[in-house]
Design a protein around this ligand. Structure first.
Ligand SMILES: Nc1nc2c(ncn2[C@@H]2O[C@H](COP(=O)(O)OP(=O)(O)O)[C@@H](O)[C@H]2O)c(=O)[nH]1
Ligand SMILES: [Mg+2]
Length: 422
């Protein structure tokens, strides 16, 4: 029994030893734990996929990277750039100064051109009135009592108006009596300064940004240049970034509306209009309403200038003005009266006529380029004490100028002998 048990045990031991031997041989060199390795090929495969994607991504990148080959090449290119920049840095400072100087020169050149153009525009008037006054003094080295009479004659024939002539002559006489003027040149300078004083009426620019919309009513008799002035103002302001609405309140003639529409297109400005013969005040009301809705900066109302019709012009204009105030409390901010310089003293009477019914806030004197009667500006300002806001010295947009008294005086009293350009 014992022998049998020991035999079984020995046989079992041999079998176990054999199994261990076989197993250990089949799993040669590998730790037993790695039998679970079959699970690992999956991560390995997963690792491959990203590895495959990576090259793909790397391939996708090459496109930008293809452009980037330049940068790797650029670094070598950059260093040469830096030295160039470095060498430019001192140059840049020099350039800035040069640029500033060039800009100043350009500005001066522009101003010279502007003044020259103004002198050219005023040439007919200068050739008339001012040349006559100049000649009066040129031949005389000493003051002659007859000079006052001659001056009076010259002024009276120069469309300055009787009142203004009388006043200027009395001023010269008084200065002569006080021995303040020693020679003809001094009389010339005295006149120039008196004219400057007369023309310096409240010389402030329109406060376009003071309210929105800023509203301007433009009035004047037919043909003086209202629509043209409005068109020039609208294009100038549009160029400055302002949004302008035009009210075609000269409903009397269809042509007037068309003319305004042409300017409106140039200025990219909305033109509010109605049927021919419609009530002008309703057009202006609509224009202000539209300007408010569209957040426009400026409204300019063109009006009719006929004098002899069923509806009296002044009554109609008064109504337009009233309705403007209804549409916007502060409206109209300006009532500009346009005058044609070629009409001479007639323009002085027109101011009186319009002033009676409308609160005129400023004047526009057009067509100075085409008349020797521009001296009327002195009469207008002396008699009516109203500021000249703009002057017209031609038909182009830039020929409507903000009135600047000093430039105007220099251009008007410019002595032809000073230069060949005027
Ligand atoms: N030479 C010149 N012509 C002007 C000037 N202003 C307006 N005009 C011309 O005068 C004419 C009448 O102008 P318009 O605007 O229709 O006058 P409105 O009837 O008052 O609207 C037009 O032929 C304009 O071109 C100016 O400053 N110089
Ligand atoms: Mg017109």
């Amino acid at each position: 029994m014992t022998i049998e048990i020991w035999g079984i045990i020995a046989a079992a031991a041999v079998v176990i030893a054999l199994i261990i031997f076989i197993v250990s041989r089949s799993a040669k060199g590998k730790p037993a734990g790695e039998l679970k390795a079959p699970a690992e090929p999956q991560p390995t495969a997963e690792e491959v996929l990203p590895a495959k994607e990576e090259p793909a991504a790397a391939e996708a990148e090459p496109t930008p990277a293809e452009l980037e080959p330049v940068p790797p090449e650029e670094p070598p290119a950059a260093p040469p750039k830096e030295p160039v920049r470095e060498s430019l840095i001192p140059g840049v400072e020099v350039d800035e100064t040069a640029e500033r100087e060039a800009a100043a020169k350009l500005k001066e050149a522009r101003r010279d051109r502007k003044l020259k153009r103004l002198r050219q525009g005023l040439a007919p008037t200068r050739g008339g009135l001012i040349a006559k006054i100049g000649n009066l003094f040129k031949e005389k080295k000493e003051l002659d009592p007859a000079i006052v009479e001659e001056l009076e004659e010259t002024l009276i024939t120069a469309d300055i108006g009787a009142k203004t002539t009388e006043w200027l002559v009395s001023m010269v006489k008084a200065a002569l009596d006080k021995n303040e003027l020693q020679d003809p040149q001094a009389v010339w300078e005295f006149l120039k300064e008196e004219v400057r004083r007369v023309l310096s009426v409240d010389d402030v620019p329109l406060a376009l940004n003071s309210d929105k919309p800023y509203t301007i009513m433009v009035v004047g008799v037919n043909g003086v240049g209202k629509t043209t002035t409005i068109g020039k103002l609208a294009t100038t302001w549009a160029d400055q970034g302002k949004k302008v609405v035009l009210a075609a309140a000269d409903t009397f003639r269809a042509a007037a509306v068309n003319q305004l529409e042409i300017w409106g297109r140039r200025a990219n400005a909305e033109v509010v209009k109605s049927k021919e013969g419609a009530d002008p005040s309703s057009v202006v009301f609509d224009a202000i309403k539209k300007a408010k809705e569209s957040d426009a900066d400026i409204v300019i109302a063109d009006t009719a200038g006929r004098l002899h019709t069923k509806t009296p012009l002044m009554e109609e204009l008064k109504k337009v003005k009233r309705v403007m105030t209804k549409a916007h409390d502060a409206a109209p901010h300006q009532v500009l009266l346009v005058l044609d310089a070629t009409t001479g003293q007639n323009a002085i009477q027109q101011v009186a006529m319009f002033k009676e019914t409308l609160d005129i806030s400023g004047l526009v004197l057009t067509k100075l380029d085409g008349t020797a009667k521009g001296g009327v500006i002195i009469g207008i300002c002396h008699e009516h004490k109203l500021p000249i806001r703009y002057i017209g010295i031609g038909e182009a947009k830039e020929d409507l100028r903000t009135f600047e008294v000093d430039d105007f005086i220099e251009a008007l009293f410019f002595k032809e002998s000073n230069s060949e350009d005027a």
